[in-house]
Design a protein. Sequence first.
Length: 367
Amino acid sequence: MEVLFKILILIFTFYGFFILWITLGCFKIKWFRSDNIKAQNTFTIIVPFRNEKENLPILLDSISKLQYPKELFEVILVDDSSIEKLQFADFGFKVLVLENQRKSNSPKKDAINTAIQQANFEWILTTDADCEVPQRWLSVLDSFIQKNEKAKMVCGMVLTKNNNSFLSRFQLLDFMSLQSATIGTFGIGKPFMCNGANFAYKKSFFIDLHGFSGNEHIASGDDVFLLQKAIENHSGHVLYLRSKQFSVLTNPVISWKDLFIQRVRWASKTKAYKTVFAQLLALVVLLGNTGFICSIFGLFYNWNFAWFIGFKLLIDFLLLIQVRKTVPKFNKSSFLISGFVYPFFSFCVGMRILFKKKYQWKERALE
């Protein structure tokens, strides 16, 4: 038991160092305040979709409410073999619907490639079919680009909606921690992740980077691998836009099983990360969650293990609240419960990836 205690001290020392370092990085990325300046940039909004009959009209309705000249943006929807073909109403802006041209193991990357070939405007902005965008989404991005002329790629925040169930609150807290970690890694100059539901880049920049070349065999990662490639080659042109008015909302998944498979899909690409920092951080987080589980069982033998539990909960809370401004109703009791559930959930995801590579997502077997 004494040996375990010493190992946990070592684990949580590393865990605390990395999480606090990232938390401090959040303070270096300031909240952006946009000016009411004349719209200048043009955008092609790309939305890959598959069987999104319920969600797409909601997204398109939110796009129709954008406070931005409609002649300065277009929407390209890419249908990835939906079972039921949809009819789209006239939302007052240009909408082009394309069939996905499959060429790789990644349906979403193929969909984005298909759309980019038809894009008329310089800035590409991707989002997901189950999202809603804020009214000033494009105007804030335009203002940010005008203020930062070196910008060729811009990452933004994505959070889940809260329907007041524990499952949705659990996902919201998870997203909050992911967004805080994303902001923090930008702040310390080591960004390696972003979310494709709120991701912008110049079409010419995408072409210069050779798009998704080199990772087409990985089903997911249309966002993070492109970001990592951009950071590796042109880090000075990649920026994070921290603004509540540039924060996209996405639907939470409706079951624990779906959430588990979604996280497996996200985590499965971690092993393909090229940056040492990203791989080291993933290892430290895995060890931190494993150490938390060991500490819970250790309580049956010695109450001193409670110090490790309290330490991790505190460190995680300090990181998570960095995006507190974007969440009007923050449930502290849900955080405490989730804090105990998440390490077990995360550990199971890790074991699932380790022992079984393939998974099912949207009626497809992926790897």
